[in-house]
Design a binder for this molecule. Structure first.
Ligand code: PEP
Length: 255
């Protein structure tokens, strides 16, 4: 299994060029934690400048189209992301699934397009509060994993560590309400089982991240939880100060 924790900030629709100063500061912090893989997914408009200026971190998109080019006004392809310096992309975030009606099949097609373009990919899954309250959380998430991950054929030539699944309970995103560590452990175990079913001996190369109100206070216990290979962080990735505390919880500073 890829052993270095993967700490990814999702800036969502936040950030103009003035915020590149935060990215530069996060880049300096990341440079001191060689054992932690740090990345940011800014809005499309900042990817190229951030990739040029912040070389100790990965820089990625928050979505891509499943086709490489064509008549899709307003969309960006994985090829275009790679061309402007991105090295990964998040697909299937719950805000995309909800706001843009993205199905598992669309998410899978996006993930496969990302890999074909040479990008790493983070595939997001997670249940709503209604689904959890109805006792369906594991079944819903298992179905999303089964139907949203790229096929075994699509990962054949992809290096270990380039595919991650982010478990993000919808009710924990941006709410300040974090999942119980025991629930995170059992869901990560269930996701791992589905990844093994899909990928067999390639499964250890897939990291499973937790996302949903991760912050400086709860990061240590979440990152230490069995099966958690890192974190996808929204609000707390917007400033170097708050994101640095999460990076610090994932590793040991050098120098
Ligand atoms: C996210 O958007 O992926 C996320 C986890 O957000 P937050 O950390 O703000 O809950």
């Amino acid at each position: 299994m890829s052993s270095s924790p993967y700490i990814v900030g999702n800036w969502k629709m936040n950030g103009t060029r003035a915020m590149l100063a935060e990215a530069r500061a996060i880049n300096r912090v990341a440079g001191r934690y060689a054992g932690v893989q740090v990345a940011l997914a800014p809005p499309f408009t900042l990817i190229q400048a951030m990739a040029d200026e912040a070389q100790a971190i990965g820089v990625g998109g928050q979505d891509c189209h499943w086709q490489a080019k064509g008549a899709h006004t307003g969309d960006i392809s994985a090829t275009m992301l790679a061309d402007c310096g991105a090295d990964f992309v998040i697909v299937g975030h719950s805000e995309r699934r909800k706001d843009h009606g993205e199905s598992d099949a669309m998410v899978k097609a996006k993930a496969e397009a990302a890999l074909a373009a040479g990008l790493g990919v983070i595939v997001c899954v997670g249940e709503t509060l209604e689904e959890r309250d109805a006792g369906q959380a594991e079944a819903i998430v298992a179905g999303q994993v089964d139907n949203s991950l790229p096929s075994l054929e699509a990962i054949a030539t992809v290096a270990d560590g380039r595919i991650s699944v982010a478990y993000e309970p919808v009710w924990a995103i941006g709410t300040g309400r974090v999942a119980e560590v025991a629930d995170v452990i059992s869901m990560h175990k269930a996701i791992r089982e589905r990844v093994v079913a899909a990928y067999g001996d390639r499964a250890p190369g897939v990291r499973i991240l937790y996302g949903g109100s991760v912050n400086a206070e709860n990061a240590s216990s979440l990152l230490a939880a069995d099966g958690v290979g890192g974190a996808l962080v929204g609000g707390a990735s917007l400033t170097a100060e708050s994101f640095a505390a999460i990076i610090a919880a994932a590793g040991v500073a050098e120098g």
